[in-house]
Design a protein. Structure first.
Length: 74
């Protein structure tokens, strides 16, 4: 009974719950390692998400890197 109730709450509010957990994790990271290191971690996570999303969409990793990296890098 309690399990069904908790699953119902989770299904209706999963975005709020995930956002709250991520916010708490970011706050703890900022307290432990500082703002700029936390910002760097967040940047790498977003970059990894972006590349992973492109790979999931069957895009070539070389094409992705060509778009991300500056022209002088090639």
């Amino acid at each position: 009974m309690l399990k069904d109730y908790l699953l119902d709450i989770l299904n209706k509010n999963h975005g709020k719950i995930i956002g709250s957990i991520l916010g708490l994790a970011l706050a703890i990271l900022m307290l432990i390692i500082g703002f700029f290191r936390t910002l760097l971690i967040a940047l790498f996570v977003l970059l990894g998400y972006y590349i992973g999303k492109k790979i999931d969409n069957k895009e070539s990793l070389i094409d992705i890197l060509d778009r991300i990296l500056p022209s002088w890098w090639k």
